[in-house]
Design a binder for this molecule. Structure first.
Ligand SMILES: NC(=O)c1ccc[n+]([C@@H]2O[C@H](COP(=O)([O-])OP(=O)(O)OC[C@H]3O[C@@H](n4cnc5c(N)ncnc54)[C@H](O)[C@@H]3O)[C@@H](O)[C@H]2O)c1
Length: 297
């Protein structure tokens, strides 16, 4: 793999995980944050996670304590935290994992186009925006891909590798190789709304909410049906609470605006109402269910 040095921009929920798995794969990593507090928090989470993995490996008898500690230390030492965009200049791959706001992302990619070396690959971890729009903003559409990781990055095995009509073949195959190098199972897909997973998952959640709205079944019965009828780890209403009702609404609003003729994209009234009441799911303690931390109350 030609990728040896990776820049990750945004060290929040997703970014810190991408930084960690890259460092664990032996790559040199630049972790860029605009917010010094967020950078400190992100690096702290990585250190904790590496230490936890090391002690698990020792407990299971897979490694000696010395080896496990040395590996965790060297992974952490490969990470350079920074607030300077210029530190991305010699990165082979730059992965963006900042706030889900297209204008903010586009202005960041325009800066990458000015700063980064000519053959650098640019990637976005966006869940809902067109990868092509960011490629255009960078001025280097041929170097742009999507690398859509799943939360938590350290545990979830999938990465969707997204190519636009403009993506160069070598940029795409290098991005796939990077996905494999960081221990993920890559799937390739075109630059379409929701890629593969969210294109299937979000309309499924919508159908469950419409069913609830019509009174066809209770929320508990809808969830139980999908858990025990389809073997899903949780039902769709619980899943919506997990993802966040605001996040789900935000994705749907963007899709409905941009693809008004796609019947799978619609916004249940019950979702709008809950969000306007501030009931955003697990993170606010109430969505469709009441929550006590990670558990239903
Ligand atoms: N949360 C998820 O489950 C999930 C899953 C897949 C993809 N995503 C996508 O990943 C991206 C990041 O989401 P998140 O949940 O990690 O968000 P987050 O809010 O936890 O982290 C974003 C971080 O980016 C930083 N940031 C904002 N603007 C910046 C800039 N210009 N330069 C550098 N840093 C900047 C913020 O300080 C923050 O720490 C979004 O595009 C989101 O859609 C999220």
């Amino acid at each position: 793999m030609a990728i040896k040095k990776v820049g990750v921009v945004g060290c929040g929920l997703m970014g810190h995980g991408i930084v960690q798995v890259s460092a664990q794969a032996g790559l040199e990593v630049v972790a860029l944050e605009t917010d010094a507090g967020a950078l400190e928090k992100g690096l702290g989470r990585i250190r904790k996670s590496l230490d936890k993995l090391a002690s698990k490996a020792v407990e299971k008898g897979k490694k000696t304590a010395d080896v496990a500690k040395a590996e965790a230390d060297s992974a952490f030492a490969r990470i350079k935290g920074t607030g300077e965009l210029g530190d991305l200049a010699d990165c082979d791959l730059v992965v963006e994992a900042i706030v889900e706001n297209l204008d903010v992302k586009k202005s960041l990619f325009a800066k990458f186009g000015e700063i980064c070396k000519p053959d650098a690959i640019f990637a976005s971890n966006t869940s809902s925006f067109a990868i092509g729009a960011m490629g255009e903003a960078s001025g280097r559409p041929g170097r742009m891909v999507g690398l859509h990781f799943f939360n938590p990055v350290q545990l979830m095995r999938l990465v969707e590798v997204v190519r636009t009509d403009a993506t160069d073949d070598d940029a795409f195959s290098e991005a796939r190789a990077f996905g494999e190098a960081v221990g993920k199972v890559p799937v390739s897909c075109k630059d379409t709304p929701g890629f593969v997973v969210n294109r299937l998952l979000v309309p499924y959640m919508v159908q469950a909410l419409l069913m609830l709205e019509r009174g066809d079944a209770s929320k508990q019965d809808i969830d139980t049906a999908m858990q025990f009828g389809c073997g899903h780890p949780m039902g769709p209403i619980t899943l919506t609470d997990y993802v966040g009702l605001d996040t789900t609404l935000f994705i749907l609003e963007g899709w409905c605006e941009n693809y008004p003729n796609e019947p799978a994209f619609q916004i249940p009234e019950i979702l709008k109402r809950k969000v306007s009441e501030g009931k955003l799911g697990r993170k606010t303690g109430e969505g469709f269910y009441k929550w006590d931390g990670d558990k239903k109350a």
